[in-house]
Design a protein around this ligand. Structure first.
Ligand SMILES: Nc1ncnc2c1ncn2[C@@H]1O[C@H](COP(=O)(O)OP(=O)(O)OP(=O)(O)O)[C@@H](O)[C@H]1O
Length: 300
């Protein structure tokens, strides 16, 4: 799909399939088109060209949308004077869901004790939990969460992570957008990364991290002469090697197995051989380096 607002292209030729049974992270810099895409999927906006389908059809054509697709977009979209219970009950009634489902979702998100309190008096984290309860109300197969951990304390963040993972394990389709890379690394199985409205990556999280140039094999060789021998041998394999200043070599573009085999071949004494994994944050920064629209002007 593509979506334009006037002459601004918010999303351009984005083609992606979000699969069930896993948590897909939806990432991209500010203004890259994540919310626009999600709004089009939920029928809150229309693509300028192409289509956004759920279960093979536009959201608007679903017979019982809340029972098929649950979404958390903006946790502040709750009437402040209404209690959490009333808010959820209204949603349940509109969609023909039993009252007991309200109690169930309140219990899932841990708001049972405060269900009678005005939602307007809720903390950011409680509001977020209420938003998640609303998304779960219809027990849907597809769940879309925009920044679900926003405002949650570490306990809450962990709870969301466990919830997302267990929902995916039940075979549901989970799409989460977030700017918290460390959390995404722990929660998502698969990532879709966009920049300036275009697809940058659609791959398992491990693959994206492995592609990062930050990833390297570290090998510590105490004897300088042996280190030179190994350096020369690995350089012959067309690998990028950087001595680190202590006793180590940093080898890019090779697996630990490859470096280990060379060590064995040369009979070099080694004190350490390990894979230095890139973080998702490092991999993400590299991926999106050319697509940051609202970057800081101050060089870092
Ligand atoms: N209703 C609108 N009218 C005009 N332009 C819009 C509208 N909605 C979004 N845009 C523009 O489309 C682009 C994509 O915005 P969008 O909100 O989808 O990005 P996002 O990836 O969700 O950003 P963020 O991470 O900041 O939430 C932005 O340049 C934005 O200014």
């Amino acid at each position: 799909m593509s979506k334009r607002y006037g002459d601004k292209a918010a999303v351009s030729d984005l083609s992606v399939e979000i699969k069930p049974g896993r948590v897909t992270g939806f990432l991209g810099p500010n203004g890259s088109g994540k919310s626009t895409t999600i709004r089009c999927v939920l029928g809150l906006d229309r693509p300028t060209s192409g289509e956004a389908l759920v279960f093979g059809r536009p959201y608007r054509d679903l017979a019982h949308p809340l029972r098929r697709v649950g979404a958390l977009l903006d946790a502040r979209g709750v009437h402040p004077g209404r209690s959490a219970y009333r808010h959820l009950l209204a949603g349940a009634r509109t969609h023909g869901l039993p009252k007991r489902r309200v109690d169930e979702v309140l219990s899932i998100v841990g708001l049972t004790d405060v269900a009678g309190r005005r939602a307007g008096g809720f903390s950011l984290g409680m509001g977020q939990r209420l938003g998640i309860a609303g998304a779960l109300l219809g027990d849907p197969e597809v769940l879309i969460f925009d920044e679900p951990v926003n405002g949650l304390d570490p306990d809450g963040v962990r709870w969301v992570r466990d919830l997302m993972r267990s929902l995916a394990a039940e075979g549901r389709t989970i799409l989460i957008s977030s700017h918290l890379m460390s959390e995404m690394q722990l929660t998502a199985d698969h990532l879709v990364v966009i920049g300036r409205g275009r697809l940058i990556a659609d791959a398992p999280i491990g693959e994206l991290i492995a592609r990062s140039s930050v990833q390297a094999v570290v090998v510590r060789v105490p004897d300088p002469a042996a280190r030179d021998v190994l350096h020369t041998r690995l350089a012959g394999d067309r690998l990028e090697i950087r001595p680190t200043g202590d006793d180590s070599l940093l080898v890019r573009g090779a697996t630990a197995a490859h470096v280990g085999d060379r060590i064995h071949e040369l009979g070099v004494r080694v004190h350490e051989l390990r894979l230095m994994e890139a973080s998702l944050e490092q991999a993400y920064m590299e991926l999106t380096a050319g697509s940051v629209e609202y970057g800081s002007a101050v060089p870092r």
